[in-house]
Ligand binder design. Sequence first.
Ligand code: PLP
Length: 274
Amino acid sequence: RFMDSLKNLQPVVMTIAGSDSGAGAGIQADIKTCAALGVYCTTVLTAITAQNTQRITACEPVSVQMLAQQFDAVTEDFNVAVIKIGMVGSVDNLHYLVARLSDYKRKNSNVFIVLDTPLRASVGFSLLDVNNADLLWKLIRLVDLVTPNLMEAAFLLECAEARSTQMMALQTLQFVERGAKAVLLKGGHLVGDQAADCLLSTDTGAAPVWFSNTKISTRNNHGTGCTLASAIAAQLVLGYPVPEAISRAKQYLHTLLQQSQQRHYGLGSGPLEC
Ligand code: PLP
């Protein structure tokens, strides 16, 4: 009955992610993206990073206890419709999230979980020290959509990075065969003038769905992954089905990247800013 009373409240996103002091990626990107799309975003911090547009100089994960307290505080008082997971901060936090989310999902089967766990920042800093992918796979099998880039997919599948759209389609199949409910494999790093992402979902059937946009040449692309995943989360809260939510999120990202060509907030790889 308690959960039913929350269902009458405005639906929100709950992001579980790290803080970026330069505010281009992480929690800050998630809040900005959701706000721009008209969706309220609650935040569960996993780690604090000291970073700017050029480098990450320090990273401190929060304790499992603090992570758990934030998770409980948000979920006991908000109508969490979509959970977006970004940087998890530590292997201990990852262990906790696997256990907590599998229990949470059992009790709240309607909540949709988007997973975009970055392993390495574009500037080369490791965001999660996992030696093998097994624990990440436990999380992947729990969530409704996982959004790896080509490098992350290669790590998770223990294979070579895809170098063609054919290879990408094959890898999405491998994700589903290994137990992912749906995967959006992001092909932005593929050579060529198109940024093509491939969705394979156990819901929409056996055929992959492609989302393609012209690549934008800008070095101000810090936080692209976080922004796309939280835009998808926001569009899902607004009621769009998965393929439509992805298509709208990609369009939103495309516009931001175009605008970011003219804005320079730091001396390095700047944020997407409107
Ligand atoms: N810092 C935090 C807290 C992040 O969550 C991420 C990516 O998700 C990054 C840094 C790296 O962002 P990028 O590789 O887009 O520069």
